[in-house]
Design a protein around this ligand. Structure first.
Ligand code: PA5
Length: 451
């Protein structure tokens, strides 16, 4: 097993500044206990810890079924696969597909291009997508655990109409897959009535922990990626971070302990850093996972993200010299999938001949090391995660690692990491402003406030 590495040495680096190994070790027992509570389902929100053992429960029949669905869709020679969903019903598959795709997949004509809808309410976005879909062979997957979320419901209503207009009702049905609750919600009712192929989101897995359920696996399989390798990576990480794995060997407990210790020392913002543009959406997924799990009861680290070296030329200034409330967690990929050697140039006007014959990744790695030293010198503690390669197996490990550490982290600050009561506030106001039936009192109250 190629195991992910976790380097905390630069989180402890500065005497009197960052956390000491003694403080870190005080979290040994609590994190081990909280990890056990996740497995034993004795902690807060324990109705939603189905993801803890999920990789071990995924069986051959399920994987074969998802692969058969992906093949049937691709046998229609689709050019575009539209995935309709928001939040946890969107970010996991987007993160994995982007991590594994060619950076220029769309322009190279790789099929199918996986596009997303229902993750915003932009009229221009939907109109431009409708224009595009009129010219393409396409199919779609609609994903909503509740089956009632406004953004995807609105997009699905429009795109379903578009699909039926293009292909006729019967063929449209064969091009739609619905992933939703086993019995509840408007999407389940519609899917049963229309006869769509459906997959069930387990009751005990919340949206942001659902990437290894059909929510993530169906779009990832249709995109052509190896869901077996992804699940194997997650399974190996589940074993490496299991309840009986002691703190010294348990990377999820160690990461949770380090970030909690830094938080307690006033480091209220964690910046997830990548040096591979393909990881941009992995950071978006991570932001949802940690932000929605921990940001409640007036507590929680604020999760932010940057793409380096691009953002070293923008946010780099703040990180180096702004408020000292930050720490960084870097995801480093040990070996790129492709090789580009730097050529010699006769004129050498850019003075880069000293790098001739070296790999571009060598420069990237020196940028990473130089940045780490500079930021640690600037009082920004640094946690470093290294994965061997950016492939399905290693991405699977990363997902299970972050999920496990998030559950433990949430328990360390004594919140329920599996609910999201705060996201209801905007919905209530939006429905009131839209004058949705049933919200009359809220409509009157809000109109009074804004008139
Ligand atoms: O993590 C969560 O639970 C949320 O982000 C949801 O995934 C998101 O609100 C979408 O919900 P649903 O799948 O019910 O449409």
């Amino acid at each position: 097993m190629e195991t992910m590495k976790l380097d905390l040495s630069k989180a402890f680096a500065k005497a009197g500044g960052f956390i000491s190994p003694e403080v870190f070790n005080t979290y040994k027992k609590p994190t081990e206990e909280l990890n056990k509570a996740l497995h034993a389902k004795t902690g807060r929100g324990s109705d939603y810890v189905g993801w803890v053992n999920l990789p071990n429960e995924i069986d051959e029949a399920f994987l074969s079924d998802v692969e058969a669905t992906a093949k049937a869709i691709n046998d229609k020679n689709i050019e575009v696969y539209v995935v309709v969903g928001i939040g946890g019903s969107y970010l996991g598959s987007k993160a994995v597909i982007d991590s594994l795709s060619d950076n220029f997949a769309h322009l190279k004509g790789n099929k199918p291009a996986v596009l997303f809808a229902g993750q915003n309410i932009s009229e221009d976005y939907l109109a431009e997508m409708q224009d595009l879909l009129k010219t393409k062979e396409w199919a779609m997957c609609v994903i909503s655990k509740s089956g009632t979320t406004t953004e995807p419901a609105l997009a699905f209503r429009l795109l379903k109409h578009e699909l039926e207009t293009k292909y006729g009702k019967e063929e449209a049905v064969s091009r739609i897959c619905a992933v939703t609750d086993k019995s509840k919600g408007a999407l389940r009712i519609l899917a049963n009535e229309e006869g769509y192929k459906t997959y069930v989101i387990p009751d005990d897995v919340g949206g942001r922990y659902s990437v290894l359920t059909p929510v993530g696996l169906v779009p990832i399989a249709v995109a052509g990626f190896d869901i077996r390798a992804l699940v194997k990576g997650a399974k190996d990480m589940a074993k490496a971070t299991a309840a009986d794995v002691k703190f010294e060997d348990n990377l999820a407990c160690q990461y949770a302990a380090a970030r909690h210790a830094l938080y307690t020392e006033g480091k209220k913002i964690e910046i997830l850093v990548n040096y591979q543009p393909k990881l941009h959406f992995m950071a978006e997924w991570w932001k949802q996972l940690y932000g929605e799990s921990e940001g409640k009861d007036s507590k929680g680290i604020f999760p932010a993200a940057v793409d380096f070296s691009s953002d070293l030329h923008s946010m780099g200034q703040y990180i180096q010299e702004g408020e000292r409330t930050l720490f960084e967690t870097v995801i480093s990929v040990a070996k790129p999938e492709r090789e580009v050697l730097i050529p010699t140039d006769e004129a050498n006007l850019d003075s880069l001949n000293f790098l001739a014959g070296k790999n571009v990744d060598f420069v990237n790695k020196m940028a990473e090391l130089g940045t780490q030293i500079a930021h640690v010198d600037g009082d920004v503690p640094n946690i470093r995660i290294e994965i061997a390669r950016l492939d399905a197996y290693n991405v699977g490990q990363l997902i299970q690692f972050f999920e496990k550490a998030c559950g433990i982290s949430g328990y360390l600050i004594n919140v329920n990491p599996f609910d999201q009561p705060g996201v209801e506030a905007y919905k209530k106001n939006m429905f009131a402003l839209l004058e949705k039936p049933g919200f009359e009192a809220e409509t009157a109250m809000l109109k009074g406030r804004i008139s």
